[in-house]
Write a protein of this length. Structure first.
Length: 543
């Protein structure tokens, strides 16, 4: 059994650089504390070569030219470190479900079974390092037969370190005792004894060491020898993915906001890709500036958010899971243009509900369908122009009132694939009769005989009813203003030859949007008597 420890050196600095890639290679300094007692807690290699060291006061660091200073005590810095730690966990779970969260900058993986997928442990370590770079992290990786030697080696050696079983004491021997993370008191005692390396500590007699330093000294010696054996403390994977950024200056323009959203989406999609997942729903949350003077300016005026609200929230649900950050950014831009925040933005939080990636296999003889991602982008653009409530698929309402519908979200359904799963084919489906509804319905005059329609006139045409079925009484909404009461009939008519010629012009005059040819031919129609208006109407024709 082998374990891989992944350690991110200078974790605080790497978390900042991951959120701000422009700082890569520059002299970066992190300070912490309350003014005027702010001190340097971390400095990049470039800053160290310039003469800056941890513990230096902020006033001293500011004297160096070209130094980028960031406050670690701010909420933004803590958010960056949480995001970097989550990315490190995603890196581990992309390889193995058995993972221990040792520290914000260190994790340990159980490599059992991975030898089947990779030729050697060196290949595994190289792949781990490559994926870490894809997540914006530079990691040191050590592989050993036990957990503790792997952790010590990852924190002490740069790059990749492979420790064969039985050689732990030899490989860890040259390391200083500080690599074992002893307490300050114990480290001072060992320093007075002249024990400065792991090899020197491992060579001490166990009984004498136990008498003078107790069990803590014995534990440190076992670590120096690579003899500590323990099991992994398994971590549970998170069910959601989140990236956030707190802005130094409030953003009141869509273009700079889109630049920030694009950076966060790139990081989010990289984490999802590491876990072989995709985005099903994007959730936006902005902390807004309370001053009403700065309003975000987009292509459309106005906002549906409450004036003066301190938080803006919006969701984008995708028809199929995707992880194309550029496509997601276009959708978010259109969403923000249609529904902009009411004030400038101080903090951006993007969360993603994950789902399994889309996998489809079309038939050789099926017509090509538009790509769902591009289709969703087109629908978002249409919704931005005409309103989201006016774009979608009509869905019948659960009511007896004919013609009531609402616009539901449009989704591409591969009917051929659905029928194939049910063991049917499209050719085997029987054609269904459909009712073509007239909007608005035609006003009609109906002649009754023994309470049954025998003749009808509408749109300038007269017809004889040769068959009738009904009535079916429906009513509803008696408690509101839109109460209705209808007696419906299905009738079959035969038009009079004299009046058929002028029926087309009558249909266009009464209902220009209707299909005038429907009023000219014999066929089956649906009519109804409105009990409140005391009038007859033609609802539609059966095709």
């Amino acid at each position: 059994m082998a374990f891989a420890a992944i350690h991110v050196p200078d974790f605080m600095l790497q978390a900042v650089v991951r959120a701000e890639p422009d700082l890569h290679g520059r002299a970066l300094v992190l300070i912490e504390g309350t003014p005027p007692l702010e001190i340097v807690v971390a400095a990049s290699a470039t800053a160290t070569r310039a003469g800056i060291a941890p513990g230096m006061a902020k006033s001293q660091a500011e004297q160096f030219r070209g130094i980028e200073i960031r406050h670690r005590s701010s909420a933004q810095a803590h958010a960056q470190e949480r995001s970097a730690h989550a990315a490190l966990l995603d890196l581990g779970w992309s390889f193995s479900p058995r993972l221990e969260d040792v520290a914000p900058d260190t994790i340990v993986l159980d490599l059992a079974g991975l030898q089947v997928l990779y030729n050697s442990e060196g290949t595994i370590a190289s792949e781990l390092a490559r994926r870490a770079r894809g997540l914006g992290l530079s990691a040191s990786i050590a592989i050993a037969a036990e957990i503790e030697p792997a952790i010590i080696a990852a924190r002490s050696f740069s790059g990749i370190a492979l420790i064969p079983a039985g050689q732990e004491s030899e490989r860890l021997g040259p390391l200083p005792v500080e690599a074992l993370s002893p307490s300050a008191e114990l480290l001072g005692t060992l320093e007075r004894w002249g024990v400065r390396s792991c090899a020197a500590l491992a060579a001490l007699p166990v009984l004498d060491l136990s008498e003078r330093l107790g069990q803590e000294g014995v534990r440190l010696q076992a670590m120096a020898r690579g003899e500590i054996r323990r099991s992994l403390i398994l971590a549970e994977p998170a069910g959601s993915f989140e990236e956030e950024m707190e802005l130094d200056d409030a953003v009141a323009e869509l273009e700079p906001l889109a630049f920030i959203l694009g950076r966060l989406l790139d990081q989010l999609c990289a984490r999802l890709n590491a876990r072989s997942l995709a985005v099903q729903t994007i959730r936006l949350r902005f902390d807004l500036e309370r001053s009403p003077e700065k309003n975000i300016r987009t292509l459309e005026e106005g906002s549906r958010q409450k004036p003066g609200a301190s938080i803006y929230e919006n969701n984008v649900t995708l028809p199929v899971p995707m992880r194309d950050s550029k496509m997601l950014l276009r959708l978010l831009r259109l969403k923000l243009q249609a529904d902009p925040p009411s004030a400038a933005i101080k903090k951006v939080v993007i969360a993603a509900d994950p789902a399994a990636p889309r996998s489809t296999q079309g038939g050789l003889f099926l017509a090509g369908f538009p790509d769902p991602e591009k289709w969703e982008l087109m629908l978002a653009r249409l919704g931005n122009l005409v309103g989201e409530a006016n774009v979608g698929s009509p869905e019948l309402m659960d009511t007896h009132l004919q013609g009531e519908f609402r616009m539901d979200r449009f989704e591409i359904v591969l009917k051929e694939a659905e029928l194939a799963r049910n063991g049917k084919s499209a050719a085997a489906q029987e054609p269904a009769t459909a009712l073509r509804v007239f909007r608005p319905p035609f006003a009609a005059r109906v002649e009754l005989r023994e309470e049954c329609p025998v003749r009808i006139a509408f749109c300038g045409a007269r017809a004889e009813v040769i068959a009738a079925s009904g009535p079916w009484r429906t009513s509803g909404n008696w408690w509101g203003d839109d109460v209705w009461q209808h007696d419906e009939w299905d009738i079959e008519i035969r038009c009079d030859s004299v009046s058929a010629g002028r029926s087309a012009s009558g249909a266009r005059e009464q209902n220009p949007a209707a299909n005038s040819e429907a009023s000219l031919r014999d066929g089956m129609y649906r009519i109804y008597f409105d009990g409140l208006r005391r009038s007859w109407f033609v609802r539609g024709v059966y095709d």
